[in-house]
Design a binder for this molecule. Structure first.
Ligand code: BGC
Length: 852
């Protein structure tokens, strides 16, 4: 029997409270300094350290946020892939968010995890943000509401949420070192808001800090964010963990309030480091105890003390999850254009459909830690076949190539130094200066085989003997300084340390590409050398600073440059309707790299494909699978556009359900689609001054529609916009009060009627804005409430929405409180930020303050 079991037994016999909570002071009194140090850092990638002597178990976490991936980045078991948060946000459906949270808990349990690393809530600041898809919206209220419900659903099932990345993490470029400079108003009103709402409303068990610096201080060591705002002002009672490799100090982070360094074994919180910091007085033992206590409390909340077991991972593909994901994916889809009501297609009358572009690709999720090896990967083509059977002719044509990285230079016709197929790879490690040669095959051209701690050089050699004359595109990317020679001639070289180590590791970094002519029967001696002296610490995370590597790819020029458009045009001409599927594979929208612009990949090829298809067939429909806005130079030429986002594992089915009217699209844009990237308020300040590692949030609170509201001409589709197969009417708008004398909510009531012929849903949006000349700069209006209603044809429903006084407030820097000024405010009932049905005034008689 373990000591803690013994203790429980004693307590039980005394009839005293045996709840684990009461054990924390006892455990703290028993722990040695070494043991305390071990508790505040991870054991490995996904678990915390146990202390068997005291019956303290270990706990496993898993990514998050749209699935529970388990402990393998690649090659692990399959998992359910739920819609990305941007898709969920487009549903504007709190209940759906809760249901997804609940199902994610079931998934997390199949992977033995008690805490999920999600949701991601940082506002979308710029369409180029690589991780926007993983997060909800440009609007903090919408993000805060849906994140809260997701968390409530998850935690109700006994799995903890980790809201991330706290804070001001709106870009991937130089994410470990960028200093995000943001004013106090924008910080409180936009960037901290979703965290504040979710923490107060849903009490997530954990918070994950961001990698970046916020106003000069690393997020993981930011006393203001972690102690003052999070704990003192918002009353957060959970655990704060660092992002993976995002702990940057020993005492500073412990003193600031970071409870857990992840992953393990730790870079900073080694037992020795923590002990000496205590001995030198840099950390007080009472402070260390607080960090330990947070870890113990998390173990308690997660039920780990009651059941120490971390079950083995399983892949359980539940039919009820398949159904939920299919429905949720379709609910999030936004119909942007539907000329002459071309959609929904009637599957009983349509004879032929051209399936063009990415029709045979599964675009269910974005890239990076949010990617999931999905149980199912339903492509549109497969779903259309399933739903149409053989009665409709499907004419498929790829039409464009959008590969981001060329396929790895394989082992075909390549011989190593001993004449055996493959390359020879020699890695020298710091601890092993004479590291012997190791031979491996094509996969050695990727990072992993020599991404080992302390590696300082890697040399890869091989002889290529092509069997035919050919011209190939060669592509090269690396971490560290590197060069690639063919027959002693330098073909590629990189003199500086890699710009974006993380993007490289995720396989999404831009590569240099060149054409090279090979002749049959000739020998080409390939030599790649890569070395790292000392990677500039500021460029990389502590994890990646230990790695070097390169990637070498090739592709036949004839394949790469082949014009695929004629076949697509032919398919479009032969078909009654043409659907062009476009969007981003995980390589194009991912953690670790921001997008370069707002255009579809690659180099305009998908845009050209759409334009050519539309010219060939006037009934051209575009289905776009991206997590962020795109430019649409072809918009006027096509009949319909459906924004599908990343809808999860049933992607194809969700799309087919909307196309054929099984589901009436009720999704609304959670982000504005501007006409051009130059229209964005952040255009000049994204990703910032990367040479000096600084990004100014110069647009202040004017993010998304808060900016575009004054510049409607720059908007292609506004925030909150989405068409339906039916129509709605809003009437009878009334406010519960026309003047406010104190801190009280305002009730808005109205009727919504489905005036069309099919069932459908409408999202009623309530915005508030000051109607008086204000001393401070204010957006015209901000979202303060919403409600989604499902209505049958002819049905009318009364909707009641309560507007909190908080939504009239701005952050008053001088007072350090939320202030509501006296004056008249307009309460707008709308169906998008630019489509207001009715606006009614409410007057605040006396100004008031709200505590943070
Ligand atoms: C990401 C986190 C993720 C962690 C573990 C980091 O790179 O930023 O969101 O939870 O890795 O995979």
């Amino acid at each position: 029997m373990s000591p803690s079991d013994r203790l429980h037994k004693v307590y039980r016999s005394l009839g005293t409270d045996t709840s684990p909570q009461s054990d924390i002071p006892y455990l703290l009194s028993q722990l040695t300094l070494d043991e305390k140090a071990s508790l505040i850092a991870g054991a490995d990638l996904w678990t915390t350290n146990p202390i068997p002597r005291l019956g303290i178990p270990k706990l496993k976490v898993s990514d998050g946020p749209n699935g529970a991936r388990g402990d393998q980045f690649e090659g692990g078991l399959t998992s359910a892939c739920f819609p990305a948060s941007v898709s969920l946000a487009a549903s504007f459906d709190r209940k759906l968010a809760e249901k997804i949270g609940q199902s994610l808990a079931e998934e997390a349990k199949t992977k033995g995890a008690r805490v999920l690393l999600g949701p991601t809530v940082c506002p979308h600041r710029d369409p180029r943000g690589g991780r926007n898809f993983e997060s909800f919206s440009e609007d903090p209220y919408l993000a805060g509401e849906l994140a809260s419900h997701y968390i409530m659903g998850l935690q109700r099932e006994g799995i903890g949420a980790t809201i991330k990345h706290y804070a001001v993490n709106e870009q991937e470029t130089r994410r470990f070192s960028i200093d995000a400079r943001v004013g106090q108003r924008a910080l409180r009103e936009i960037y901290l808001k979703p965290f504040e709402m979710a923490i107060k409303k849903a009490d997530p068990w954990a918070v994950m800090t961001s990698y970046n610096i916020v106003n000069g201080v690393h997020a993981d060591a930011n006393q203001f964010l972690l102690s003052k705002v999070l704990r003192e002002q918002w009353g957060f009672k959970g655990l704060v963990m660092s992002d993976w490799g995002g702990t940057n100090s020993i005492s500073q982070s412990i003193n600031a309030g970071l409870d857990l360094e992840m992953p393990g074994p730790p870079v900073h919180r080694t037992r020795q480091n923590v002990t000496s910091a205590i001995q030198s007085g840099e950390i007080l033992e009472t402070t260390l105890n607080k960090r330990v206590e947070a870890v113990l409390r998390l173990l308690q909340r997660a039920g780990s003390f009651d059941n120490h077991e971390i079950p083995s991972e399983q892949a359980i593909d539940r039919p009820e999850h398949q159904r939920l994901i299919r429905k949720a994916g379709a609910e999030g889809m936004v119909l942007l254009k539907n000329e002459k009501k071309i959609l929904p297609l009637d599957k009983s009358t349509v004879k032929s459909i051209a399936m063009i572009g990415l029709a045979k690709q599964y675009l269910g999720h974005g890239g990076g830690s949010a990617s999931v090896k999905s149980h199912r990967k339903i492509t549109p083509y497969q779903a259309f076949e399933d739903c149409l059977g053989s009665s409709v002719e499907l004419n498929y044509a790829q039409g464009a190539r959008i590969i981001k990285s060329l396929p790895v230079f394989g082992a075909d016709n390549v011989f190593d130094d001993d004449g055996v197929p493959g390359f020879t790879l020699r890695v020298t490690r710091r601890s092993d200066k004479d590291g012997g040669p190791s031979v491996s095959n094509s996969s050695t051209a990727q990072l992993k085989p020599f991404a080992c701690p302390g590696a300082v050089t890697a040399v890869m050699t091989g002889t290529y003997r092509p069997s035919v004359d050919c011209v190939e595109y060669l592509a090269f990317g690396c971490i560290g300084k590197a060069k690639l020679c063919i027959n002693e001639e330098m073909v590629f070289s990189q003199a500086d340390d890699s710009v974006d180590v993380m993007a490289f590791m995720l396989g999404t970094a831009a590569e240099e590409t060149k054409l090279y002519e090979f002749s049959a029967g000739q020998e080409y001696r390939i030599r790649i050398e890569c070395h790292v002296d000392e990677l500039a610490k500021k460029d990389v995370s502590p994890i990646s600073s230990k790695m070097i590597g390169f990637r070498f790819g090739k592709m036949l020029q004839s394949d790469h440059d082949a014009d695929l458009i004629p076949a697509a045009v032919d398919a479009a001409k032969r078909s009654e309707v043409a659907i062009v599927f476009v969007g981003h594979t995980p390589a194009w929208e991912t953690e670790g790299a921001d997008r370069q612009n707002m255009d579809l990949p690659k180099d305009g090829s998908l845009d050209r494909l759409i334009a050519a298809t539309a010219q060939a067939n006037p009934k051209t429909i575009v289905v776009n699978s991206t997590g962020s806005p795109i430019t649409m130079p072809w918009l006027s030429q096509v009949a319909a556009v459906l924004q599908a986002w990343f809808p999860g594992q049933e992607a194809g089915h969700s799309i087919a359900d909307v196309i054929f009217g099984v589901t009436n699209p009720g999704g609304k844009l959670p982000v504005t689609f501007p006409r051009a990237i130059t229209d964005c308020p952040t255009y000049a300040n994204f990703p910032g001054d990367i040479n000096n590692d600084r990004v100014e949030y110069a647009e202040g609170t004017f993010v998304g529609y808060r900016h575009y509201d004054s510049l409607p001409d720059s908007v292609l589709f506004p925030f909150g916009f989405g068409l339906s197969y039916t129509s709605f009417e809003i009437s009878g708008v009334e406010l519960s009060a026309t003047s406010l004398t104190g801190v009280q909510p305002v009730g808005v009531t109205l009727d919504v009627k489905n005036t069309g012929t099919v069932p459908g849903s409408q999202v009623v949006q309530i915005y508030v804005g000051a109607a008086f000349v204000s001393e401070i700069d204010r957006p015209k209006k901000t979202l303060a409430g919403f409600e989604k209603v499902h209505l049958s044809p002819g049905e009318t429903q009364k909707v009641q929405i309560e507007i909190s006084p908080q939504s009239l407030a701005y952050w008053n820097q001088d007072r350090g409180t939320w202030s509501v000024d006296a004056g008249t405010y307009m309460i707008s009932v709308a169906t998008s930020s630019l489509d207001v049905s009715v606006a009614l005034p409410v007057t605040v008689v006396t100004p008031f303050q709200l505590e943070p």
